[in-house]
Write a protein that binds this ligand. Sequence first.
Ligand code: ATP
Length: 365
Amino acid sequence: MAQIRIENVRKEFGAFTAVQSSSFTVEDGEFFMLLGPSGCGKTTTLRMMAGLELPTAGSIYIDNEEVGQKPASQRDIAFVFQMFALYPHMKVGQNIAYPLRSQGMSREATKKKVDEVAQILGIQDILKKPVGGLSGGDRQRVALGRAIVRDPKAFFMDEPLGALDAEFREHMSEELRALHDRMNATTVYVTHDQLEAMQMGDKIVVMNHGVVEQFGVPQDIYDWPATMFVASFIGSPSMNFVEFDGMAGTATTQVSIGESEIAIPELREGARGKLALGVRPEHVRLDDSASYRGEVTATEYLGTTQIVTLDSANGSIKARVPSSQTVRVGERTGLHFDARTITIFDAERGMALRSAGNEEVLAYG
Ligand code: ATP
């Protein structure tokens, strides 16, 4: 398996730039997610990494070999499009054997390899069956078998579970992740589903409008978003933002918002202009003694927790609180934000100023 590194990679289609200068590294054996909304450039990035699209500028390395201008056929990788794309007239074993036979591998060597792969996937007993009558799950396993049988350097998957219903999707994503852990195969996976990315990925790249907004392990991206876009895109409900005016002068651990003083992580000296305090719903407590106030406009019961929507002087706030807590629509209450979990953003540029857990996003000079 392999490490894949992309450096300052850009893709233009005519006058349109689909991917702005992007750099990141997929380490050997990682399950790596390219995440972002529709049209953000994740598929184009994946296709460039796989050699199905050539970059306009920048370099792509597979194990330190520059492959940027080489086509997919010379990169020794496997691309899994939709997992259902099988040869319908062939049996399961023939489907899996196909890539090896077409490379000229002998019958015996092919059989040995197909048996090995069938064992990894737990499909030994269906090798002789036609693919036509298989269940969805088995069809996916066969398609995966056909990709892994060649021992490629890396797997590339573009929304492979996209066509499945929610329950089956969850089951297959667990299976895919377990298979990855058994094989330790470098895998690059495109999804627009933040939950799928968080659950399956060792690392995530979050893209928006062709730009890599953040790159890191799921927990850092969730806890310490580098931009307001990442903060909104990851997490459901997404992070709350409360805007306030930054003050020139000394560093502070308090901000005034309306009549209230709110404790925050230390804000550097000189942070001025429009700022925003970002706090996740689970870090908002309904506490009548807190000076920042809001009126409850809705509650949504979710089993052990409930989402409470409140109208505050600075906009709508969502809190995730235990369902056992009694909350009534129309009541006014205090809102307490857990200071240790707050991220402060430059609201005009949308960038995090200070993230206590992630010094790299101390963007404010
Ligand atoms: P989706 O999930 O909708 O596929 P995506 O994040 O994967 O979105 P891309 O498919 O990479 O996005 O496309 C990024 C942008 O580049 C889009 O605006 C798309 O229309 C444009 N684009 C992609 N391929 C081409 C092409 N061959 N020619 C022109 N524009 C293209």
